[in-house]
Design a protein around this ligand. Structure first.
Ligand code: MG
Length: 258
């Protein structure tokens, strides 16, 4: 059994940073994100990338984030609670998509984490990503629920082949398209050497993992978020780009709790 209550942060504080950019090609930004504190010195963070005709993708991603925010509450101690909040988000988007003609078929990715000073909870559906950055090491914590991503996981495509596969954007799992969903879930220990990055495919489809590591060695906090967005824009910004970053820092006096 794992300890149920997260350890208090003591001298350690979680800080979060975020930015979203429409990119240079899309008519609107259909990505959404959130970050807010939860009990036990934690932060709930999430990104969502909407899919659907017309403006419905943006409706789906906003609705999913709002539902997650509502359902998670302030006490999200375990992954079951986080998964149930993601399931509520799925239900809300699915119901709206079923009821309203203009929203029919809308869906969204949803990658959410609760970040405590010494561990993280992760819930994931779709092809947005979570990365853990530790020094010059990058671990991708999520599987892309896309045709190419599933083929890469099964070993029938290399990482580079998956990155250029014509069906890399076709989702195999999403929030809001069916009344039930399967949510990938993880719980991981982490510490002051680690940073957690959530991003939509507007970043990961044009900025390589090597480049993400390179930037993470030179920048941190909001500067790192801004540099990552800039790198995606330099590569043409073909899609909406959203990045949320969580870091654990050691307090030096007047921490403001963020
Ligand atoms: Mg996208």
């Amino acid at each position: 059994m794992r300890p149920i209550a997260p350890t208090r942060g003591g001298d350690f504080t979680v800080k979060t940073y975020a930015k979203s950019h429409q990119g240079y090609v899309r008519l609107r930004n259909e990505d959404s994100w959130m970050m807010r504190p939860v009990d036990f010195d934690g932060y709930l963070i999430a990104v969502a990338d909407g899919v659907g005709g017309g403006p419905s993708g943006g409706v789906a991603s906003r609705m999913a984030i709002e539902a997650l925010d509502d359902a998670a509450g302030v006490e999200v101690r375990d992954s079951a609670r986080l998964v149930s909040a993601v399931s509520m988000a799925n239900r809300r988007v699915f119901d709206s998509g079923s009821e309203e003609e203009t929203l029919r078929g809308m869906g969204t990715t949803l990658t959410a984490a609760v970040v405590f000073p010494s561990r993280i909870l992760l819930a994931h559906v779709g092809d947005s990503r979570a990365y853990r950055l530790t020094g010059s090491r990058l671990d991708r914590l999520t599987t892309d629920h896309s045709v190419a991503g599933e083929m890469e996981k099964a070993g029938s495509l290399t990482h580079d082949e998956a990155m250029h596969h014509p069906r890399r954007h076709v989702l195999t799992r999403s929030v809001g398209n069916f009344n039930k969903i399967r949510v990938d879930v993880a719980e991981l220990a982490w510490g002051t050497q680690d940073r957690l990055l959530l991003c939509t495919d507007g970043l990961s489809s044009v900025v390589t993992e090597d480049e993400i590591v390179r930037l993470s060695l030179s920048y941190s906090g909001q500067e790192l978020v801004d540099e990552l967005i800039s790198a995606a824009l330099t590569s043409g910004g073909p899609d909406n780009i959203t990045v949320v970053l969580a870091e654990v820092t050691q307090d030096v006096g007047d921490a403001d709790g963020r």
